[in-house]
Design a protein around this ligand. Structure first.
Ligand code: P53
Length: 493
């Protein structure tokens, strides 16, 4: 008998802006990744603009986090730069072929995101864009054809650029209404095709990655916490509205799940580590899965002189719009300490003391399946709602052999260990209902904009300069995952 429940959902996950391409087709509006270049592990991505004097310029950013447009400048696509998300892996035109391959692996779930800018090109248009609605309808129908349940992220780092420009994005309360209107349209449109919805992808990144890379001024915290408040209210309103449209809808939050460890048994490290969990993980999870700000929230705000602008009734809205399930991504753990350390990690989005008990990926991410079990058990104990691991995977260089095959044993090892960790957590009482591996097909990296940081079970012939046939080739991991699914997580060899 399998440890995994009978109807456990197995599948994979992608995001619109990293997979679709077709960035300016069929009426789609721009998003920030469309004006963001590629980078590498050691060099950042840049968001490009034309300044007030008409000169091109750029600032370091991953497309939705980091950096600021200078006063009077406007976002711009520059002829001198390459923008990897413009073409991505052309899922927009190849989704039938891709979904067929997912079905061949035996998927029962496929996580993808809807691009807000395909539905409302400017974010707040009077009427939705029919071509955008038609596209996702065909995608969902294609999934249903194979009995695959779509798991839909409503926002995956891709606020329409026009809302950033005209309203300063999520700093502005008006975004709440625009988001809820967008939700209303997609909920009504797909109410018979989609059951599972995630309101904001990795909502906690806004606060978690703020001070990970150095000290920030109080204004940065003020903005981050205010943006989060707006997103919490938007998420809760969407949940309420969705339940009215279809009571069978299931809503999840989505947290970037990093497991934090104290660097030593020094009580100061233990306390600092607990505070890291509060700021980075619990802060968002508590609002969305408990319906209220945690008791420690005031301490977090006071530390940076933050005053959150709330409207009357907001706290009631948060309490009424709790999610049904807690979903998260899991890639790595990290170490927190008050002590000076010599051996540090310098990966992208991975900093701090190196953990001597773990190995690290080529991009400096700690490989730690036990950290996943720890996270699952800790979080289930806290919320006691069904959990989903909606992203997990290894970004790695792949080599295509002369005969065209790809032997990604390192990727198989990574997933095997994490699936075992999930089984152990389930055996310990955790109600885990789904696993969607990240980038079931190679896509553009969010953090670095690279194609060579590959996560897929399906190889895509596309490089970092935009050269390649886009041809799809199953890797060794494809055949391995197919066996895993067929055996409901039993056959991991
Ligand atoms: P990439 C940082 C740390 C953990 C997860 O990331 C992160 C990030 C941002 O890079 O993002 C999630 O592509 C995100 C996906 C992303 C994936 O992890 O940088 O939800 O969009 O692609 C992997 O290797």
């Amino acid at each position: 008998m399998s440890t995994f429940p009978k109807h456990f959902l197995w599948g994979g996950a992608i995001a619109a802006n990293q997979a679709e391409g077709a960035y300016n087709e069929d009426g789609r509006g721009l998003v920030q990744t469309d004006v963001t270049t590629g980078g590498t592990k050691n060099s950042p991505r840049f968001t490009t603009y034309i300044d007030k004097d008409g000169k091109p310029g750029k600032y370091a950013s991953m497309g939705h986090m980091g950096g600021h447009l200078p006063e009077g400048a406007e976002y711009a696509v520059l002829d001198t730069e390459y923008y990897p998300n413009h073409k991505a892996v052309d899922f927009y035109h190849r989704y039938k072929e891709d979904i067929k391959l997912f079905a061949e692996m035996g998927y029962s779930v496929f996580r993808l995101s809807i691009s807000w800018a395909r539905i409302f090109p400017n974010g707040d248009d009077a009427e939705p864009n029919q071509a955008g609605l038609d596209f996702y309808r065909s995608v969902f129908e294609e999934c249903r054809k194979y009995g695959i349940e779509p798991l839909v992220s409503i926002w995956h780092f891709d606020t329409p650029l026009s809302l950033e420009t005209r309203f300063d994005g999520w700093n502005n309360r008006r975004l709440v209404d625009f988001y809820v209107r967008y939700c209303e349209v997609i909920f009504k449109e797909y109410k018979d095709l989609v059951k599972y919805w995630l309101t904001f992808n990795e909502i906690n990144n806004t606060i978690m990655f703020l001070d990970m890379f150095g000290e920030q001024p109080d204004e940065a915290y003020q903005s981050a916490y205010q943006q989060l408040h707006h997103q919490f209210v938007a998420s809760a309103k969407a949940v309420k509205l969705g339940r009215a449209i279809n009571p069978d809808f299931m809503f999840g939050n989505m947290i970037c799940g990093i497991t934090f460890y104290p660097g030593s048994s020094d009580p100061a490290d233990i306390l600092l580590n607990e505070h890291a969990w509060q700021q980075n993980i619990f802060y968002c999870g508590d609002v969305q899965a408990k319906g209220r700000y945690g008791s420690y929230a005031k301490r977090l705000w006071d530390a940076h002189n933050v005053t959150i602008q709330m409207e009357e009734g907001d706290l009631e809205v948060l309490a009424e719009g709790m999610v049904d399930m807690y979903t998260f991504s899991y890639y790595m753990s990290t170490v927190i300490t008050t002590h000076e350390v010599d051996d540090k990690v310098s990966g992208n989005f991975s900093v701090g003391a190196r953990n001597p008990y773990l190995t690290y990926s080529d991009w400096g991410w700690a490989q730690d399946p036990t950290g996943l079990q720890y996270y699952l058990e800790k979080i289930y104990d806290r919320y006691e709602v069904p959990l989903m691991v909606v992203e997990n995977g290894l970004g790695a260089f792949d080599t295509v052999e002369e005969d065209g095959s790809i032997h990604d044993d390192y990727r198989i090892d990574y997933h095997r260990a994490h699936i075992k960790a999930m089984a152990d957590a389930i055996a310990n009482g955790v109600d885990l209902i789904a696993y969607t591996t990240w980038g079931c097909i190679d896509i553009v990296s969010a953090g670095t904009g690279e194609m060579r940081k590959r996560y897929g079970f399906i190889y895509v012939d596309m490089d970092d300069e935009g050269k390649g046939t886009m041809e799809r080739t199953p890797k060794a991991s494809f055949h391995w995952y197919k066996k895993v699914i067929a055996s409901n997580g039993e056959d991991l060899d």
